[in-house]
Write a protein that binds this ligand. Structure first.
Ligand code: KIV
Length: 271
């Protein structure tokens, strides 16, 4: 069966059905129109306008600097490209941690100004009130536990989370809270695969992993990493499907020499 010819739109409901019938969910990040069009045409289920745009699009070291306005700009570019995938947008650092009213106001801006379908935010018990308030406005929410990059200065490193019992128990409890609050899905980042599988089996909502092993309901990767546009980030969980850094560098090198050698444009490439 050709997945990308199936144009039925992905919804929070169809994602739940995928979990129920054991069909894995494929999710990638996207930040711009042209790439989002290709990923959607290929049949991706969820596109995440991740705050990783702060790293891969803007060149910041962390996800903290990206603003709500910048996220809305990326999200609206993705929305214009997509026909099938469910588009989820990260609430950026500083746009929801204050209180639930702030979280709802930021969410409403994203939904109204970009046309996206859902939001994602990081955290467990401490953000439950905000999640409930966003849900009262009818906006689907995706949770995010484990390594939560917006808290990098609290963690100190990007190493695997929840290896110790206390943190694992807290994560399991947070996952149950997020499900009970009404999240439609949950991202688990960089935690032991056994723990991630246990969480996925214990909740009825889809659990999407990044560096969380094979026992979850779906996988997400940062598009620039899996296509090899970035070449300086090689965690164990990353599978590179292309090596675009070298391919693009080679192509640009060929262009430069064609221009310098007066080979481009040729007779057929001009008016
Ligand atoms: O911003 C992002 O890319 C993410 C994924 C790593 C899940 O949150």
């Amino acid at each position: 069966m050709s997945v990308h010819k199936e144009l039925k739109k992905v919804t929070t409901h169809s994602l739940r059905e995928m979990k129920e019938r054991g069909e894995k969910i494929a999710m990638l990040t996207a930040y711009d129109f042209s790439m989002a069009r290709i990923l959607d045409d290929a049949g991706i289920d969820i596109l995440l306008v991740g705050d990783s745009a702060s790293n891969v699009m803007a060149g910041h070291e962390t996800t903290l600097p990206i603003t709500l306005d910048q996220m809305i700009y990326h999200a609206s570019s993705v929305v214009r490209a997509v026909k099938r995938a469910l588009i989820t947008v990260d609430l950026p650092f500083g746009s929801y941690q204050g209180n639930s009213k702030e979280a709802l106001a930021s969410t409403i801006r994203i939904m109204k100004e970009s046309g996206a379908h859902a939001v994602k935010l990081e955290g467990g018990a401490e953000v439950i009130e905000s999640i409930e308030r966003i849900l009262t406005a009818g906006v689907p929410v995706m949770g995010h536990l484990g390594l939560t990059p917006q808290s990098i200065y609290k963690f100190g490193t990007y190493t695997v989370r929840a290896k110790e019992n206390d943190e694992a128990e807290q994560l399991k409890n947070d996952a149950r809270l997020l499900e009970a609050a009404g999240c439609f899905a949950l991202v688990l980042e960089k935690i032991p695969s056994k723990l991630a599988a246990e969480v996925a089996a214990s909740v009825s909502i889809p659990v999407i992993g990044i560096g969380a092993g094979a026992g979850v309901d779906g996988q997400v990767l940062v598009m620039h990493d899996m296509l090899g546009i970035t070449n300086d980030f090689s965690p164990r969980f990353l599978r590179r499907y292309l090596n675009l850094y070298d391919d693009i560098k080679g192509a640009v090198g060929n262009y430069i020499s064609d221009v310098k050698n007066r080979d481009f444009p040729n007779q057929k490439e001009q008016y």
